[in-house]
Design a protein around this ligand. Structure first.
Ligand SMILES: NC(=O)c1ccc[n+]([C@@H]2O[C@H](COP(=O)([O-])OP(=O)(O)OC[C@H]3O[C@@H](n4cnc5c(N)ncnc54)[C@H](O)[C@@H]3O)[C@@H](O)[C@H]2O)c1
Length: 276
């Protein structure tokens, strides 16, 4: 394992449902770079998904936990510390779900119980995990926590619904806890704002295929894949990024800085030719 970026490091990966999941790719790459892992997902996702295959490949333990339940997060963090022999070095939060998106309820007719559930699963779960890990002093100095976000936190993208609000909250929690963890524990906390990626959660967004196509045409480097996102996560878990914290880091082929690209305008003009 000598010479690998994560040799000797241990971490928890939340959110690997199947091999399309971004978390799945992160777990694979982290393991390939020498890390020891605990994998976790909600009990229903552990039953319905294929996380046990990933555990077999990476030699990891699976501990189910619903990230909206404080007692389950508490048990998870203490079981992880027991299993990993004490403190660990990194956490990936790769959790998102909106009942409003799933049921195709438009933003302007939101159901507030659903909206609260969106925030609880997709953003407050991050706070719960960080608060519990802080309580147990579970993360080693110069450890690293990464959560996955999307540019809908800053810009309105039709169809993304209340997940845009959830991502804005997620990014804010990363900054608020990033200050506390940096000050008290020398631990860094960042979010990665990833391109649209064909996964179970991604594909539930209304008009997702068009969103993928649009951002592919708009981004000078094209959309970033789940595997490429995993590479970025590994670098953020490694000792090469020890002073990067409280940042929302775009990993989107340049999309977030674009206004209009040649490829997108050519496609836009074609649609007018069809109308004329
Ligand atoms: N796919 C995209 O286009 C895209 C783009 C940017 C950011 N993201 C973010 O990446 C992250 C991972 O999503 P993905 O695209 O890999 O899809 P995915 O469906 O593979 O992963 C979402 C995960 O959230 C888990 N989850 C849902 N409710 C949970 C709960 N109560 N407790 C614990 N886990 C729970 C699911 O079981 C699943 O494993 C999400 O935060 C998502 O918003 C995705």
């Amino acid at each position: 394992m000598e010479g690998k970026l994560l040799t000797g490091k241990k971490g928890i990966i939340f959110g690997a449902l199947n091999d399309k999941s971004i978390a799945w790719q992160v777990a694979l790459k982290a393991w390939q770079q020498g890390a020891e892992l605990v994998l976790t997902n909600s009990p229903v996702a552990v039953r319905m998904g294929t996380i046990s295959d990933l555990a077999a490949i990476t030699g990891s333990k699976v501990i189910p936990a619903d990230a909206t339940k404080m007692d389950e997060i508490d048990r998870l963090i203490s079981e992880c510390m027991n299993h990993l022999g004490g403190k660990f070095d990194f956490i990936l939060h790769s959790i998102g779900m909106s009942p409003n998106v799933r049921k195709e309820i438009p933003y302007e007719q939101t159901i507030y119980e659903n909206m609260l559930r969106t925030f609880d699963i997709s953003a407050l779960s991050f706070h719960r995990i960080l608060q519990t890990a802080y309580k147990y002093d579970a993360i080693n100095e110069w450890g690293s926590v990464v959560a996955l976000s999307y540019v809908a936190a800053q810009r309105t993208l039709t169809g993304y619904n209340d997940m845009g609000d959830a991502k804005a909250l997620l990014e804010s929690i990363a900054r608020s806890f990033g200050y506390i963890y940096g000050r008290d524990r020398k631990v860094r906390i960042n979010t990665i704002s990833q391109s649209p990626t064909p996964t179970t959660a991604g594909s539930s967004i209304h008009g997702f295929d068009s969103l993928v196509d649009f951002s592919e045409r708009m981004s000078p480097l094209g959309n970033a894949t789940a595997e490429e996102c995993a590479d970025y996560c590994v670098v953020l878990f490694s000792d090469l990024t020890r002073k990067v914290t409280m940042q929302n880091l775009y990993h989107d082929g340049g999309f977030s800085s674009m206004g209009m690209s040649l490829k997108a305008i050519e496609q836009y003009k074609k649609s007018f030719e069809e109308c004329d």
